[in-house]
Design a protein around this ligand. Sequence first.
Ligand code: PLP
Length: 393
Amino acid sequence: MRSLNEQFELIRQSPTVSLTDRIMALKAGGKQIISLQVGDPDFGTHPSIAEAALNAMQQGQTHYGPSNGTLELRQAIAHKLQRDEGVSYDPASEILVTNGGIHAYYTAMQSILNPGDDVLIPDPSWATHSNMATMLRGRVIRVPAPAENGFIPHFESWLKALTPKSKIIVLNYPSNPTGAYPTRDYLQKLQDFAKENNLWIVSDEVYGSLYYGEKPTSAAAVDGAKERTLLVQSLSKSYAMTGWRVGFLAAPAQIISNALKASQNSITCVAPFIQKAAAFALTDPAVQEVTASMRAAYARRRELVLRLAREYESDRVLVSPSMGAFYFFLDMRPLKMTSVEICEKLLDDVGVALVPGSAFGEQGEGFARLCIAASDEDVEAGFRKVIEWAEKQ
Ligand SMILES: Cc1ncc(COP(=O)(O)O)c(C=O)c1O
C-alpha cells in the first residue's frame, strides 16, 4: 500500500478519545455521569437567532454565497470588533467569514506557515493549536505557562524559545484550559518582541466575551499590533452557537487574500442563512443582553466553585481563580498520579467526567480541566465529588 501523509504520525491521539468511549460505555450500562468535560455552552442558541436563519432559508438563501462571506456579515463583524475590541477593520479586505473559530485558525495558519517554520505556542493550550501547526508541517516549540505564574509564560521564556526559524506566536486568551489572560502591558511587550523578531501573532480569542474581572485586551488592540496580528474569533461560545459553525478571521489584507484561497478551496463558503443569523446575533442589542446574561451565569458558577474550594480547603485539589472562558484548571499534582489516571479513576469511582490536563501539553500533567458550562447543580455536585474523592486517595 502507498504511504499516507506522515504528518499525522506526529499528532498524538488525544487521551480524551478513550475517555469519551469510557463515558459512553458507563452511560450505556446505566451509570449516572456528571459531565464537566465538554466545552460547549449548556444554554440553547437564542430563538431570535434561529428565527433569523429560518426566515433567510424561507427567503431562498440556500445557495452558494460569496467565499469571503456576505457583505452584511463582514460589516457586522467590523462593527462588533470596533464596539467590543476598539479595533477597526475594513469589511471589504480585512475580514473572512469562516466555518467556526477552528477554521479561522486553519486559514490563518495556512496563509503564513511554510514547512519547517517554527511556531511558538504556550503550554498548556488547546491541542488543536499545536496539531494544526504540525499538520501544516510547522515545528512546534512549547513555551511553558506555569500555574505558579498564573498560567502566563514568563517573558524570558519567549526569549528562550526563539529560534532563527521562529515565525509565528500563537496566543489564546482567555485560555482554554486555564481561563487566564495577560495584562495589556504584557501584550504590548509581546507585540514589541514580535515586531523586533519579525513574527506574526495568531490570536485565538473565541472566549473573548467570557471574563470575570477587567475586560481582556485583544492582542490586536495594542500599539502597532494590527499589521502583524491575525485575529481568530467565533460565535460558538459567546452566543451559544457551537453547532452553527460560524466564526471569522480579521487580519491585514494580504493575509485575508491567502486565507480566502484556503477557504474557497476547502469549504467554498459558509451557508448564507447561517451568515444571516450570525449578522443578526452580532448586532442585535437584545442578543448582546443574552450574551451578558450567560456571562453572569458562568460568573455565578465560578463563584460557586471558589466558595466550595474555600469551604473544603483541600490541599489535594488546588484551585486558581479562573479569570475567563468557562474552565477551571485544577491542580491535582499533590495526588502524584497522571492526569489520565486521575480522570479515569474519577469517572469509574464517582462518575464525574473531567479532561486530563496532559491533553493540553506537558505542563498540564497532574491537572484536570473542569468546565462550568453545565447546570449549577451539576457544577456543585461534580466539584464536591472531585474534592471528596481526592481527599480519600
Ligand atoms: C481555544 C479554542 N479555540 C477555538 C475553538 C473552536 O471554536 P469553534 O467552535 O468556533 O470552531 C475552541 C473550542 O473548544 C477552543 O477552545
